[in-house]
Design a protein around this ligand. Structure first.
Ligand code: KIV
Length: 272
């Protein structure tokens, strides 16, 4: 299958860079546990993101703010056990890097040492540059994240599309160049106009990964539970679902309950 990076045994930041140069799209998806990460790895995804979206889909929080460093480390450790080929990127949780570059480095080192992941991701531009530089100087690869950065939801006040006005669009373009100059290996662009994402992608040498940022980014990312149709009541325009697994799981559980209640399960073959 020509669209898969079947020729690599390990996806590295260098492989992603080559994919951009060669015009090959990068597929990234989130995972938070061993079982799902095994399936994602078997399907030959390029990048697995242990996103702080775990706060939403695994923990049931309304925002991504509550997840802690200890918690994301547990998720990431489980994912890394399942993945050998894909690049594993772990989100730095809210409050573990903003405003204190020494704390940022300590947080990033904990993630790398305790999980065995390949890289970390941080939300923000110039305002977190010192933290990014300190982490990069320790040899830890950093993926940036611009546009709708959910850890700033209380500042934005809305999950609406970002950078629709010139001022914010120009700031985003500046921030993207600052992150590239600092040494980030890739940048996630979340929920920004497709035209702006195309311009940023064309301007940068490093790959961009879009979510709600149109077709021109170098890759795409979706939250696993969203694209599988497990997440209920979350249907943004950018989301394409590849199944109705929420319904399928509920139906399977209903079926199991009915079989237990009726005495149909276990049958003669299902006993010793
Ligand atoms: O936490 C996450 O899942 C993310 C992606 C949506 C990019 O940051």
């Amino acid at each position: 299958m020509g669209y898969l990076q079947t020729d690599v045994t390990k996806v590295t930041t260098k492989v992603l860079q080559n994919m951009k140069v060669n015009g090959k799209k990068i597929a990234m998806i989130t995972a938070y546990d061993y079982s799902m990460a095994s399936l994602v790895e078997a399907a030959k995804i390029d990048v697995v993101l242990v996103g702080d979206s775990a706060a939403n889909v695994m923990q049931g929080h309304k925002t991504t703010l509550p997840i802690t460093l200890d918690e994301i480390i547990i998720y990431a450790t489980s994912v890394v056990r399942a993945v050998s080929r894909a690049l594993v990127v772990v989100d730095m949780p809210f409050g573990t890097y903003q405003g204190n570059s020494k704390q940022a480095l300590a947080s990033a080192i904990r993630i790398m040492k305790e999980t065995g992941a390949d890289a970390i991701k941080m939300e923000g531009g110039e305002e977190i540059l010192e933290s990014i530089q300190r982490i990069l100087s320790a040899g830890i690869p950093v993926m940036g994240h611009l546009g709708l950065t959910p850890q700033s939801i209380n500042k934005f006040g809305t999950y609406a599309v970002r950078a629709t006005e010139d001022e914010e669009a120009e700031r985003l373009q500046r921030d993207a160049l600052i992150l590239q100059e600092a040494g980030c290996f890739s940048i996630v662009l979340e929920k920004i106009p497709a035209k702006l994402a195309a311009e940023v992608t064309a301007e940068l040498k490093i790959p961009t990964i879009g979510i709600g940022a149109g077709p021109s980014t170098d890759g795409q990312v979706l939250v696993l539970q969203d694209m599988l149709g497990i997440t209920q009541q979350f249907k943004p325009r950018y989301l394409r679902t590849y199944g109705t697994f929420g319904e399928d799981i509920s139906n399977a559980i209903r079926h199991y309950i009915a079989d237990v209640k009726s005495g149909d399960f276990p049958n003669e073959k299902e006993q010793y």
